[in-house]
Design a binder for this molecule. Structure first.
Ligand code: SF4
Length: 338
C-alpha cells in the first residue's frame, strides 16, 4: 500500500495540486497581493513563502483569500515510502475483496512487495485488483517507525524485531492521524484562541510518537484520542461559526447513497457521517467538519472541499473526484481521479 504514494510521484502530484485547472499560478517567492493592486488577476493562485506553500484566490471584489498553508509539520505527515520498509504491505491482514485481490495474514509480506520494498505493480494497482492500496495513507507513520523508532534497520535486516515493528506501526499510525488533525487545528486562524492548548496537546502527541518501541507499543491511543477530541470539537465549532449561515448537523448520520448534488453544506457537522456512495457533485463543503466521515465511493466531482475541516488524504483517496474538485492545499489530488 505504501507504494500508492511513491516519493517522486508524490512530489509531482503535490505540484499538480497547487496549480490545477483554472488557477492562475503566481511565481514562487511572491506574496499574496493585497486587494487593489493589479499584479494578480481574479482567480485562484498558489504561492510559496519560505517553507510554506499557500493556495488562495482573488475574488471579483478584489478580496484575497488565502487557504491553509502546507507547512513542514504537514509535510512530515505525508507518506514517504522511500524511507519506509513497506510496513503497510506487510503488517496488516488483507481479506480478499474488491479492494484487495488476495487474502494475507498479518505480518506476512504481500507477494507483490519486492526486495527493495517497492511494489511490483505500483503503476497497475487498480486494474490488478488492489484499489485499496491506492487509498491507504499512513500519515507518515511508516517512515517514522522505520527511520526513527527502529533506526533504519528493517524487519528483513533483523527479523526478530518484525513482530514489535508491526505492532508499533499500528499504534504510530493512529498517533500520526491524531497529529494530522492537531496540526491543522493549530494552523486554523478561526481557532487562534485555542492555539496554546492545541500546541500543548501536539507536544504530548510528539512525546508519545517519539517513545522507544517498547513503550510506544503500549500507548493507550484511545485515551489520547479522547483527550484530543475535546479540543478538536471546540476547534470545529469555532470554524463552523464562521460559515455564512448555520450549517446542518449530520453528525454520524446515515447518508449512504444520498443525493446531495449542489448541496450547500458550508459549516455542516458531518463528523463520522456515513457518506458512502453519496452524490456530492458540485456540493459546497467549505468549513464543514468531516472528521471520520466515510467517503468511500462518494462522488465529489466539482465539489468544493477547500476549507473543509479535518479532511484527510485517506478520505480523498477513497472518494471519486475530478479536476474541478477543490481540495485543501495540504492534500494531493489522487492520480486515479478523472
Ligand atoms: S499490491 Fe502489495 S506490495 Fe503493492 S502496494 Fe499493495 S500491498 Fe503493497
Amino acid at each position: 500500500m505504501s507504494r500508492a504514494l511513491q516519493s517522486g510521484e508524490s512530489r509531482a502530484a503535490a505540484r499538480e495540486s497547487h496549480v490545477s485547472a483554472g488557477e492562475s499560478p503566481v511565481s514562487a517567492g511572491e506574496s499574496p497581493v493585497p486587494a487593489g493592486e493589479s499584479r494578480v488577476s481574479v482567480g485562484e493562485f498558489s504561492v510559496s513563502a519560505g517553507e510554506s506553500h499557500f493556495l488562495g484566490a482573488v475574488t471579483e471584489t478584489g478580496a484575497v483569500r488565502v487557504d491553509l498553508p502546507i507547512t513542514d509539520a504537514r509535510r512530515e505527515l505525508r507518506a514517504d515510502c522511500e524511507r519506509c520498509f513497506g510496513l503497510c504491505c506487510v503488517a496488516p491482514a488483507f481479506a480478499a475483496s474488491s479492494d484487495f485481490a488476495i487474502d494475507k495474514p498479518a505480518g506476512q509480506p504481500c507477494h507483490k512487495l519486492q526486495d527493495d520494498f517497492r511494489c511490483g505493480i505500483h503503476s497497475r494497482l487498480r486494474e490488478s485488483g488492489f484499489a485499496g492500496c491506492t487509498v491507504f495513507d499512513c500519515f507518515g507513520a511508516g517512515q517514522h517507525v522505520a527511520q526513527r523508532t527502529f533506526g533504519g534497520r528493517s524487519w528483513r535486516d533483523e527479523p526478530a524485531t518484525a513482530p514489535q515493528m508491526f505492532a508499533v506501526f499500528a499504534v504510530a499510525r493512529q498517533l500520526a492521524e491524531i497529529r494530522w488533525y492537531l496540526v491543522e487545528a493549530i494552523e486554523l486562524p478561526a481557532a487562534a484562541a485555542l492555539r496554546p492548548e492545541l500546541q500543548a496537546a501536539a507536544a504530548e502527541n510528539r512525546r508519545l510518537l517519539d517513545l522507544a518501541a517498547g513503550e510506544l507499543v503500549d500507548v493507550d491511543v484511545d485515551e489520547h484520542r479522547s483527550e484530543i477530541n475535546t479540543l478538536l470539537l471546540r476547534t470545529s465549532e469555532l470554524v463552523r461559526a464562521g460559515a455564512p449561515r448555520e450549517g446542518v448537523d449530520r453528525r454520524g448520520a446515515d447518508l449512504i447513497g444520498k443525493r446531495m448534488r449542489r448541496a450547500d453544506l458550508r459549516g455542516a457537522n458531518l463528523r463520522g457521517a456515513y457518506l458512502i456512495g453519496a452524490d456530492l457533485r458540485e456540493a459546497d463543503l467549505r468549513m464543514a467538519d468531516v472528521i471520520g466521515a466515510d467517503l468511500r465511493g462518494a462522488d465529489l466531482r466539482g465539489a468544493r472541499l477547500d476549507g473543509a475541516v479535518f479532511l484527510t488524504q485517506f478520505q480523498v483517496n477513497a472518494a471519486r473526484g475530478d479536476s474541478r474538485t477543490t481540495l485543501p492545499a495540504a492534500l494531493l489530488r489522487p492520480p486515479h481521479w478523472a
